[in-house]
Design a protein around this ligand. Structure first.
Ligand code: 6R9
Length: 652
């Protein structure tokens, strides 16, 4: 870990712009500034009130059991059924005809699924799982494209108390088999394939190959999506037969608040994936409350769209559990933003009248690269809240999002959280906060986040350091599946009594939080700690740059030298003068210490499926090393393209 990051992490980028909410928005906002005071006065009473937004079959005895830290128990003694909270209670309240999912397939096929229909399908699927021998506590792996059945499968598991583990539909055989093995899954639910970039992409053959080394799996339940020929084994069961033929009635049984709801693997940067374990009552309480508060959801009128994949925690908390527990109407889109054309997202916003959009900086920067004229062709006036998640959002990307997607007036909420935190932790509240481009700003009511120095002391405003969480929160991970020791070592061993998130951050003069990326990525240049995020943001603030990834490459003189990989906007072209100008622009924006040693123009960057840049691989290139493990890349051929592009550049 880098030493004394507080010095240089603190003082590079400064951003003065602020955008207060409009008086009309504030007036009808779901949550007001009073929530901060209420939570500060009595944090546990605050969360208890949020838990009352759900239906419980049995009340809890204690809000929080923190007798054996860091192993938390929330709402102990309480019982609820998570799926019934997402479905049955809405139908019982007369909302059965409300659309839960407007599904938009990549090839253009559409389906509107109401809450009553979703409930019917989930009940049948729950019966089908039981018929296949799945019992409460058994693990089920889900490996699916973005289709409504993915949500049905998750909710059916939740309904019968079988923890699910969703694996990205793009992961390879080895990534899938190691996750199935670690979870000891009994059943895999998959589809024959999905549509991606205009083509059917088979999934089941990957499952078949993975299962050669997964003896725990007894059956495979296969949804027909593409209809392609994917081979058939004795253990395979057609979803349409099993679910279609299952009994329609299913009484949801209540489970303990701490009953495991899901395991979700995070790859981390190295090593064996960590199975992050989430449980029921606390998780649903915070997923549901944050969705209501941060997006200001008005379920009667809003059309919400989260563009995440279901295989990412964002898909769990903000497609399935948060929105559905709140009775939201949402859009679910199967494909990529450029299929069949680069206006596809905006066409969808216009078609369904999307009011709340939640997407990732990587997507926003891609839209910047494609050009302002593309969203300008569509009517985006229905939008009223814009969210961002997954990475620090560069101030210029934030401004672009607000201007070109939000028509210059829509609040942008930058939400910081992790698979481990289960739900949003740091974010503006759209009716309360005067937002600052690039800042996630304040911990939500009831959340105690801090920035500390090496010794674990809180840094003053204007200081930088390590992001920590000082108090347990309802949707916190309970452990790493099967490995309590790794849970302790990874998150709780750095700072006494605090959760360490692995991210660097700073507090500005108002105490607002600015996320600076993973501490493993922080560069050490001539004795100064420099965050990759700030240099990247400086590059993106140049009118020709859409996206930047910065790494520290070993340097005989300075320790590390800054090497920047940039993607240019729209029609911009590069030249030696242009590259010199970019280096000078960073020096002018952040100071000479942050001036990149080298700027390299590339057509694409290595990213995970959730859009995070894998800087480790770029470091390999910058240091001219063999490229490391690429199995969690969205597209594992991208590195060879970057490398051959560079070699071509050298020959010129
Ligand atoms: C939800 C999710 C978690 C890591 C996290 C941080 C980065 C996420 C961010 C952000 C800055 C934000 N991250 N949101 N950094 N600003 N708004 O992304 O979960 O996939 O587990 O990643 O992502 O580095 O520690 P996960």
């Amino acid at each position: 870990m880098a030493d004394t990051p507080q010095e240089t992490l603190a003082n590079l980028l400064s951003e003065e712009r602020t955008f207060p909410p409009s008086p009309e928005f504030s007036k009808s906002a779901n949550v007001t500034a009073a929530a901060y005071d209420e939570a500060a006065a009595d944090r546990l009473a605050f969360w208890e009130r949020q838990a009352r937004r759900l239906d419980w079959s049995k009340d809890w005895d204690r809000v929080l059991d923190w007798d054996d830290p860091p192993f938390a128990k929330w709402f102990t003694g309480g019982e609820l059924n998570v799926a019934a909270n997402c479905l049955d209670r809405h139908v019982a309240n007369g909302l059965g005809d409300r659309v839960a999912i407007h599904f938009e397939g990549e090839p253009g096929d559409t389906r509107a699924v109401t809450y009553a229909e979703l409930l019917d399908e989930v009940k049948r699927a729950a019966n089908a799982l039981t018929d296949l021998g799945v019992e409460a506590g058994d693990r089920v792996v889900i490996y699916m494209p973005m289709i409504p059945e993915a949500a049905v499968a998750m909710l059916a598991c939740a309904r019968i108390g079988a923890p699910h583990s969703v694996v990205f539909g793009g992961f390879s055989v080895s990534a899938l088999s190691s996750r199935i093995q670690d979870a000891g899954a009994k059943l895999v639910i998959c589809a024959d394939g999905g549509f991606r970039k205009g083509r059917p992409l088979a999934l089941k053959p990957t499952v078949d190959e993975a299962l050669e080394s997964c003896p725990s799996v007894e059956k495979v339940l296969v949804v027909t999506r593409t209809g392609q020929d994917v081979g058939w084994n004795d253990r395979d069961v057609k979803w349409e037969d099993a679910v279609g033929g299952a009994a329609a009635e299913h009484e949801a049984q209540a489970f303990d608040a701490e009953h495991p709801l899901f395991i979700l693997y995070t790859s981390g940067t190295t090593g064996k994936p960590k199975g992050i374990l989430h449980t029921s009552g606390g998780y649903l309480t915070q997923a549901s409350y944050t969705h209501h508060a941060v997006f200001d959801l008005k379920p009667e009128t809003d059309v919400y769209w989260c563009t995440a994949d279901i295989g990412w925690v964002t898909g769990h908390s903000y497609i399935v559990y948060g929105p559905m527990s709140n009775g939201a109407t949402q859009v679910m889109y199967e494909g990529t933003p450029d299929t069949p054309h680069t206006g596809r997202f905006w066409e969808i916003v216009q078609k369904y009248g999307v009011t709340i959009l939640y997407t990732a900086p990587t997507a926003i920067r891609t839209f910047m690269k494609w050009g302002d004229d593309i969203p300008a062709r569509y009517d985006l006036s229905s939008l009223r809240v814009l969210g961002s998640v997954g990475e620090p959002i560069n101030p210029e990307a934030w401004i672009w999002y607000r201007e070109h997607i939000g028509g210059g007036s829509v609040p942008v909420v930058d939400t910081w959280w992790q698979t481990e935190t289960g739900a949003i932790m740091v974010s503006p509240l759209p009716g309360v906060t005067a937002t600052k481009p690039g800042s996630a700003q304040r911990p939500l009511p009831g959340i105690n986040v801090d920035v500390v120095d090496e010794q674990g002391e809180s840094v003053p405003n204007g200081g930088g350091g390590f992001l920590t969480i000082r108090e347990p929160w309802p949707s916190m991970l309970r452990t790493i599946w099967g490995d309590d020791q790794r849970f302790l070592d990874t998150y709780w061993a750095h700072f006494d009594g605090m959760y360490f998130a692995g991210d660097g951050a700073k507090k500005d003069d108002d105490g607002d939080l600015w996320l600076l990326g993973r501490v493993d990525d922080i560069m050490l240049v001539s004795g100064h700690n420099i965050s990759t995020t700030e240099v990247e943001s400086a590059l993106v603030s140049h009118e020709t740059v859409a996206e930047a990834a910065v790494v520290g490459a070993s340097d005989p003189v300075t320790g590390q030298g800054i090497v920047a990989f940039v993607i240019l906007r729209g029609q911009a072209e590069s030249s030696p003068e242009h590259l010199a100008e970019l280096r000078a622009h960073v020096a002018k924006t952040l100071g000479p210490i942050a001036k990149p040693r080298q700027v390299i123009v590339v057509a694409e960057l290595p990213k995970t499926r959730s859009g995070k840049i894998m800087r480790r691989l770029l470091r390999d290139i910058a240091e001219d090393r063999e490229i490391g493990d690429v199995t969690t890349l969205a597209d594992n051929t991208v590195m060879s393209r970057i490398k051959s592009g560079l070699q071509a550049g050298k020959e010129d």
